[in-house]
Ligand binder design. Structure first.
Ligand code: ZN
Ligand code: ZN
Length: 111
């Protein structure tokens, strides 16, 4: 079925002319776009600054490796370019964040 659809579109050619891109080109772009997987750390540091979102400790370029990127929804594959799923946390706060988790909040309510 796939081959049929491809052949028909190719012979008609109308849709391809609109975008001006061949299937091969689109596939190549998708591959290149997914390539830099560790890039989000630098992006998040640029967007949110060298500061821990929890304890507000500031970092400079010497100790910026202590600042890590936390994913708010816990999904490391969810990396929107506007940084809305990222939070810059120092390693201490980051560890704290994950050791508590949802259950931590649940239990503290009963105190
Ligand atoms: Zn912190
Ligand atoms: Zn995290």
């Amino acid at each position: 079925m796939k081959n049929k659809g491809y052949a028909v579109r190719r012979s008609a050619g109308s849709k391809m002319k609109e975008s001006g891109k061949s299937v091969d080109e689109i596939v190549r772009e998708l591959k290149e776009g997914n390539a830099p997987r560790n890039d989000y750390r630098e992006q998040s540091l640029q967007i949110h600054g060298l500061i821990c979102a929890k304890c507000a400790r500031e970092f400079d370029h010497k100790d910026r490796h202590l600042l890590t990127v936390h994913h708010k929804d816990g999904n490391h594959k969810n990396n929107p370019q506007d940084g809305s799923n990222w939070e810059n946390l120092c390693v201490y706060c980051h560890e704290d964040e994950h050791s508590r988790g949802l259950l931590g909040d649940y239990f503290s309510e009963g105190k």
